[in-house]
Write a protein that binds this ligand. Structure first.
Ligand SMILES: [Zn+2]
Length: 327
């Protein structure tokens, strides 16, 4: 499905079957001497066919097509190399670009995610997650030589449009939004989504993803934006949505802290199991394993925030990290 959202800016809906996100919004900007495709979908035949059909309908010529990835997640970057023209560019925020590794075996992922078993999420469960996780299996297979890093403030020009790079770490460490200041349009990627809450997890080498995310929300809160073009599903009121997301995380932080206060000494896996999640499952034990992984990661980010603020302490005991109120 194609929709012209603004003159020479088109949204191509790329279905993500079986995924709670349902659909990726890919955007095509037609310029004078080059075109720009923003985000691509998982590296999966059904996504490839949908995106190709949309581009064919727009008579897009690959020879003049650059690709821009708002962040490294494979539902955004997974097909960037297939859709960027020969000798063209694949833009991505510098920090995320550095983390693009290509396809790695499960063992390599286990080495990157050693935190999970320490927090009560067993290695057995982790193996199950990585065996089928599209973050591993539907990504770009290798680092492409056309990858080009972007830094905060970098400008990409396409026809009359000037896309200003805004580095907004949190959802991923090098996540970016792209701002058309003159037209008051924001490509929000997954930093701001309107009918789902962006997932904030912990990342190796990042102390406090949620703290970064909240600071990134506040940084861009007051920019004039009339049209927010998000990475998934529908659009909405930009500023009001940021306020909702800030309030949402305040509530979640309070929830995590109250669980730790009422049962000191739980590990993150147990705290995640006591938090409330919008999912159709009878209880924590019957969560699908991938949803348990997302929930535990989300819980990590809230615990890390509390650790950074000094409201919570973490003590390692019997090979498990356990959390206690600091007061
Ligand atoms: Zn994402």
């Amino acid at each position: 499905m194609i929709e012209e959202v603004c003159k020479n800016i088109y949204r191509i809906g790329v279905a993500l079957p079986g995924n709670p996100l349902r659909e990726l919004n890919s955007y095509f900007l037609r310029g004078d001497d080059r075109d720009l495709l923003i985000d691509t979908g998982f590296r999966r035949p059904v996504c490839r066919e949908a995106l190709q059909a949309g581009l064919d309908e727009l008579c897009s010529d690959p020879a003049r097509r650059d690709v821009l990835c708002t962040h490294l997640h494979s539902d955004h970057s997974g097909m960037a190399d297939l859709f960027a023209g020969p000798g063209r560019r694949i833009y991505m925020g510098r920090t995320d670009l550095a983390r693009i590794s290509g396809l790695l075996p499960v063992e390599a992922w286990l080495k990157m995610y050693t935190r999970f078993p320490l927090e009560g999420f067993s290695e057995e469960l982790l193996r199950e997650v990585f065996a089928s996780n599209p973050a591993r299996t539907e990504a770009m297979p290798e680092r492409d030589p056309r990858l080009t890093p972007l830094d905060d403030g970098d400008i990409l020009s396409v026809g009359p449009y000037r896309l200003e790079t805004l580095l907004v770490p949190g959802h991923t460490p090098g996540n970016c939004m792209f701002y058309l200041r003159e037209q008051r349009i924001m490509f929000t990627g997954d930093h701001i989504l309107f009918d789902i809450t962006p997932n904030i997890t912990s990342w190796p080498g990042v102390a406090d993803s949620l703290g970064d995310y909240l600071a990134s929300l506040r940084r861009v809160r007051d920019l004039p934006v009339d049209l927010a073009l998000s990475g998934h599903r529908k659009t909405g009121d930009y500023g009001a949505r940021i306020d909702q997301l800030l309030a949402h995380h305040e509530r979640r932080l309070a929830e995590a802290l109250s669980i730790i206060r009422s049962e000191p000494g739980l590990c993150a896996y147990e705290i995640a199991g006591r938090m409330k999640w919008k999912i159709r499952a009878a209880d924590w034990d019957s969560f699908p394993v991938v949803q348990k992984w997302f929930a535990t990661g989300e819980c990590f980010s809230h615990l890390d925030y509390h650790l950074t603020q000094g409201t919570v302490l973490c003590v390692e005991r019997d090979g498990l990290r356990r959390y206690y109120p600091a007061d």
